[in-house]
Design a protein around this ligand. Sequence first.
Ligand SMILES: CCCCCCCCCCCCC/C=C/C(=O)SCCNC(=O)CCNC(=O)[C@H](O)C(C)(C)COP(=O)(O)OP(=O)(O)OC[C@H]1O[C@@H](n2cnc3c(N)ncnc32)[C@H](O)[C@@H]1OP(=O)(O)O
Ligand code: FAD
Length: 632
Amino acid sequence: MQKTFKNEKILFAEPLFQCDGLAGFTRSELYENAIHRTLRINQLKKEHNWTQEDFDIAIRCLNYEVGFVIHLSMFIPAIERLATDDQKAKWLPLAESYRILGTYAQTELGHGTNLMALETTATFDPRTDEFVLRTPQLSSMKWWPGSLGKTATHAIVLAQLIIGNKNYGMNPFMVQLRSLEDHMPLPGIIVGDIGAKLGANSNDNGFLILNDVRIPRENMLARNSKVTKDGRYIQTSTNKANYATMVLVRLSIIRWAEDTIKNGSLIAIRYSAVRRQSSLQAGGPEMQVLDYQTQQYKIFPSLAASYALFFTYEAMMKEYEIAYAQIMRGNNQLLGQIHGQLSGLKAFASDLVTYELEMCRRSCGGHGYLKASVVGETLLHTLPLVTVEGDNTVMYLQCARYLLKQIAKALAGQDVDEPTSYLKKDILSYTCPVQKGEHCTNPNYLLKIYTQRAHSAIASVARQLQFDLESGKDQSSAFNNNLVSLVQAAKAHCQLCLMKNFVESVSALERTCSENLASVLRQLCLYFGLHGIVTASGEFLESEAIGLQQLEWIKAEELKSLAAIRPNAVALVDAFDLHDQTVMSALGRYDGNAYQHLFEAAKREPMNQTQVPPAYYKYLRDLIKGQPLAKL
Ligand SMILES: CCCCCCCCCCCCC/C=C/C(=O)SCCNC(=O)CCNC(=O)[C@H](O)C(C)(C)COP(=O)(O)OP(=O)(O)OC[C@H]1O[C@@H](n2cnc3c(N)ncnc32)[C@H](O)[C@@H]1OP(=O)(O)O
Ligand SMILES: Cc1cc2nc3c(=O)[nH]c(=O)nc-3n(C[C@H](O)[C@H](O)[C@H](O)COP(=O)(O)OP(=O)(O)OC[C@H]3O[C@@H](n4cnc5c(N)ncnc54)[C@H](O)[C@@H]3O)c2cc1C
């Protein structure tokens, strides 16, 4: 599942990467530890000639609990995508050698989603051949960018370009924030950390106020548009190309989601295999809770999602690489497709894993509420994924917007993109492939059901929009009147994508792997498909992709699938090949000694380093001895 990291032993031999001790760290300690880790991994990379992939896997082995995440995942990729070749030649070597440390400063206190309304301005001054960057008002200050608070020496600032009295929209500008001599903020720069968050507190997300900060004209990243010395704005590519960095990060978030749900399902399944509680027969032996059907019903969806997201990431990485290669050659033909696909799939993947991680946590009972179980921490660290790189609702709507364009082309008899080719089919010619109970065991039949449901959802909202427009509603009112259905259609398309990638990937694997492995993966794929229909049965019925009889067969088959997966559940999470130090959980250790590891973790609790707590001497002693308390 995860390319086995041959360097794991090297990494986890060092105390710096042993994660037990992170609990109890202050924010400053977490921040410093994260920076120390990234720089040490960099040294290991040089010492052992690791590849960039090894470096990336090391970061993933540490659950991204490292420094410079935005520098590495956004600042450098943004230079690669938004800068001219000359600008790349200047900035990339500095960024790649950490001589400058960057962030991607787009979101403001008052706006994150609505990029068109960003308020920071970059006004061209032809007298000095400079841009003047300004934060017009409180709501304009940059707010949230990672590493902005205390680390970044430079930022790619997204600002409204003003030439004369004309606004040319959002453009990217390289702005130095701190001195490279003493790290102090430069004149006109007010910068700091925005404060503690629910999780990810090793990251110094920050604020930035720009008070008439001047930068040379050459600091506008000019791959897609530039300003000439005499103040002319020349657009060399679509402005959408300035959004390219976000497309890449949305792809990375699908991988991040896959990594977190693998951790969660591994913890829940391993713990459920060792936890014995209650018995079915009076006086009989206590059962492994993994044998309760309800426990399987709670956690096997996370197991199936782990594999589904793995296969979807692999497929989308290939799709992205093709699109990116074309875009970098100036051909933006695939930009709309990759944007629509990754907007929806980033939203669907992060929604899916945040829901299933909470189910994994609940399945661990009381111990799931301990930090030492880590499953709760994993959830806290995953929660931002439903917001970063675009709030999920907004991302679904971007995906829906893409789907509406595709179905309009399909209905007009024009070509459509491969991911939406199903929209060319005649929706009325569908017959549910499940005509007998045993048909539910065929993932390809289930795939047809998913396809019909997605097609129906998209066609239905397109019809409703058309009806609203013909009834006299203006475009934006008609759109707003159907947002819920648009999101639903996008989710249906995304769930189809996951199922399709799962079915096709298993089918491809069958040609090379053992029959035993193939049958286990087929079973998991089947379960993923059945469970997806049951949890959204209303939409599948509404779309007439299935009837009540099919739903009854599918529900019965889903429960049978639980029992079929049970014998392989632990092996399927062991197959993630995750080191104990990656999972970090006292409940999910490979040796299964959950209670021992829980107790070891409790003994490490700082409060247990003294037998008598300081509060005893302040408050408890007199109380217990019945002596009057001093005025508190
Ligand atoms: C080695 C290290 C390993 C670490 C790995 C870690 C990986 C993960 C790291 C994660 C870290 C995350 C940290 C967080 C970072 C951030 O959050 S950065 C800020 C992100 N912000 C957003 O995403 C803002 C969301 N809003 C938007 O994208 C846009 O405002 C909008 C909602 C898409 C609306 O766009 P807008 O231009 O305002 O109007 P529209 O009319 O809707 O769109 C115009 C046309 O542009 C097309 N388009 C929009 N976005 C994109 C895009 N990204 N790419 C391509 N095309 C785009 C859109 O489809 C429209 O096209 P047409 O329909 O053809 O006109
Ligand atoms: C941990 C973390 C790290 C971040 N790192 C960075 C970073 O490095 N760089 C950076 O630039 N930004 C960063 N961000 C900011 C992030 O990109 C924004 O928070 C995100 O884009 C959402 O925008 P918002 O916060 O303005 O939410 P809003 O858009 O204000 O969302 C609030 C509500 O309004 C709804 N809504 C908004 N617009 C619409 C619409 N058009 N239709 C329907 N509903 C709508 C949303 O669905 C949501 O329910 C980070 C955020 C977090 C939490």
